[in-house]
Write a protein that binds this ligand. Sequence first.
Ligand code: ADQ
Length: 418
Amino acid sequence: MPLTKKVLAIVLAGGEGNRLMPLTADRAKPAVPFAGSYRLIDFALSNLVNSRYLQIVVLTQYKSHSLDRHISETWRMSTQLGNYIASVPAQQRVGKSWFLGSANAIYQSLNLIHDANPDIVVVVGADHVYRMDFAQMVAQHVNSGAKATVAAVRQPLHMADQFGVIEVDQNDPQKIAAFVEKPASTPGLAADPSQFLASMGNYVFDADALVAALHVDAERLDTKHDMGGDIIPYFVNRGEAGVYDFTLNDIPGSTERDRTYWRDVGTIDSFYDAHMDLISPLPVFNLYNSEWPIYTRQSISPPAKFVRGENNTIGTALDSIVANGVVISGGVVEGSVLSNDVYVATSGRVIDSVLMDKVQIGEGAVVNRAILDKNVKVPAGAAIGLDPDLDRARGFKVTESGITVLAKGQEVPEPGDE
Ligand code: ADQ
């Protein structure tokens, strides 16, 4: 069936991202830097643009300054053809409160749907790493007659408490029989008891049905006004909710493994793991697929440079991604992701780590299994990520799995002063 439906895309980008602290200490989760030169929101926006959906509103709220700046500097389009990517803050159009939950965020912005007058509304989260052609999901939605369709991906059973859990109708593989938001536990799938079917937080709606559901939800005092917790169950209860199997999604230029890659990077550990997925020689997620590009702001920094340091020490990087402006001067970088303008001095060692913009590694310093946010300066001879107790004593966060995290600009004491 030819698709002539008018589509408006809404990107939910207002979440706090508490579990990513301290990386979200002064930026919204969708603005957290990822993979050397991106922000998390670039994945959702690139997917929409590559799907040819070019009317996009981004709903922001929490610490939105750097997110707004990124969207306006990177994603602003000519509106002459009726296309736009606009970030919209909480407008308090229907009361004095900020967005109560993700459904309330859309409810407070209903004027945007009214003005765009779409047939279909695509609602997506802003904090996942993946490639997806939303047009394929919209095609299924339209053909199936569902009023709401939820994108679904299999996840390990122990993670059920972090996701919406979908039970598919036994007689119709495109229909949802039951949906529970973040249950304490759930039975595994018949086909694979170690997994369950998770909502990806990406939805397609008939516009009029979504507007009606949001009005009903807004009247209720017993809901959290949440898309996953309230709006999707509303459609499931009415027998109007469909499920789109993400493994059907076909992306040009992708490998079989990479095509179904999807990571929620909501915790420090998953954020770190997703970086490691990028740098193996045969990457689990391939950033270099030019047939489905992930767009971001182009840095004005010069190309990366690798030179010998003092006493001819080799400056090199292996199994790593380094962004523009990086200078490795006699240091060694392995298994790491370096953002713009990182500097590694003579005999500095950076192992299995993620360094954001303008991090400086002093002479002979060592950084191991760590995430260093923007502007962190590691003094000569200092060590990070070798001794978890020392790291905690210096005020650094250390996750259960042993990843050390330094906040933006966090001071690192000179060795001997700690
Ligand atoms: P969560 O991600 O835990 O689960 P939520 O915190 O509501 O749900 O975040 C969803 C998206 O909405 C995020 O992109 C977030 O930034 C944004 N958001 C949250 N509150 C917002 C607000 N007040 N204003 C604007 N944007 C807001 C959701 C679903 C689950 C699903 C997982 C998949 O509820 O069912 O399994 O996503 O990760």
